[in-house]
Design a protein around this ligand. Structure first.
Ligand SMILES: Nc1ncnc2c1ncn2[C@@H]1O[C@H](COP(=O)(O)OP(=O)(O)OP(=O)(O)O)[C@@H](O)[C@H]1O
Length: 245
């Protein structure tokens, strides 16, 4: 396995507010890591640190030298009067290794090439942003809530596509999602963030973790998880969730 990114005890303070505290994580090639957490938890800030868009952190942030990073933002703000086809928009990106047609084919969107960017649906727009990020054959794909503005069916499809592409390209994926249950089948591990890492592990284990249930307002799940945990302790079969801080 090749390490792509490693954060050790990373902290971030902005405008006198603590945004991130003691965040440590490692991302390997071929691994999909999803960050979930409530509003204001620091998810986007963490992604911006990895992208180099935010500076001033404490701790250590290491990246593989010359790491090729593809980024899919939450939303793209386009001038509503600017005429721009999908193909033209895609051709504006730097460091291209794939042609526009090849990149569109990867996300099943060849038929959209001549469509106006402004006319795309939410799901189509996210696919085009994903295709654009793939053009430089990234070793690391970073996605900030890639399924925003997409209906539930479309979200499941989009996450499945991301997993398929990550497997095909053997790249690492770091993404933010607001809904663990939708992304569950498409991620290897999950970090639940609320300034610090509340819990970290496989998606099913994080979903049952009391801290996750507490943050997402499902106290009945917390009870269940505590009960299961006791049961597991007796048998000495612990889940894989690491509770940090
Ligand atoms: N430049 C800044 N100066 C001061 N505070 C900031 C700055 N940027 C972000 N913050 C604060 O940092 C906190 C974390 O913001 P961030 O956008 O990382 O959270 P998030 O988990 O992505 O939230 P959401 O789910 O709502 O998108 C918020 O309270 C936000 O107001």
């Amino acid at each position: 396995m090749m390490r792509l990114v490693e954060l050790t005890d990373v902290g971030l303070t902005l405008g006198g507010n603590v945004i991130l505290e003691r965040v440590s994580l490692t991302l390997e090639r071929g691994e999909i890591l999803t960050i979930v957490g409530p509003n204001g938890a620091g998810k986007s800030s963490l992604i911006k640190l990895v992208l180099g868009l935010l500076t001033g952190h404490t701790g250590t942030l290491w990246q593989k030298p010359r790491l090729r990073v593809g980024y899919v933002p939450q939303k793209l703000h386009l001038d509503s009067v600017l005429p721009l086809t999908v193909a033209r928009f895609m051709s504006l990106s730097h460091g291209r290794k794939l042609t526009v047609t090849q990149a569109l084919a990867k996300v099943g969107a060849e038929r959209l090439a001549e469509r106006s960017m402004q006319a795309l649906s939410g799901g189509e727009m996210q696919r085009i942003l994903l295709a654009r990020a793939l053009m430089m054959q990234p070793e690391l794909l970073i996605l900030d809530e890639p399924a925003q503005g997409v209906d539930v069916h479309g979200q499941t499809e989009l996450y499945a596509l991301i997993k398929l592409l990550a497997d095909e390209l053997q790249c690492g994926v770091l993404m933010v999602s607001h809904d663990l249950h939708l992304v569950m089948a498409s991620t290897h591990s999950v970090i639940c963030l609320n300034q610090h890492i509340c819990c970290h592990g496989e998606p099913e284990d994080v979903a049952r973790h009391p801290e996750f249930a507490r943050l997402f307002g499902r106290p009945e799940l917390a009870q269940l998880a505590v009960y299961t945990h006791h049961h597991d302790c007796d048998d000495e079969h612990h889940g894989d969730v690491r509770h940090v801080g």
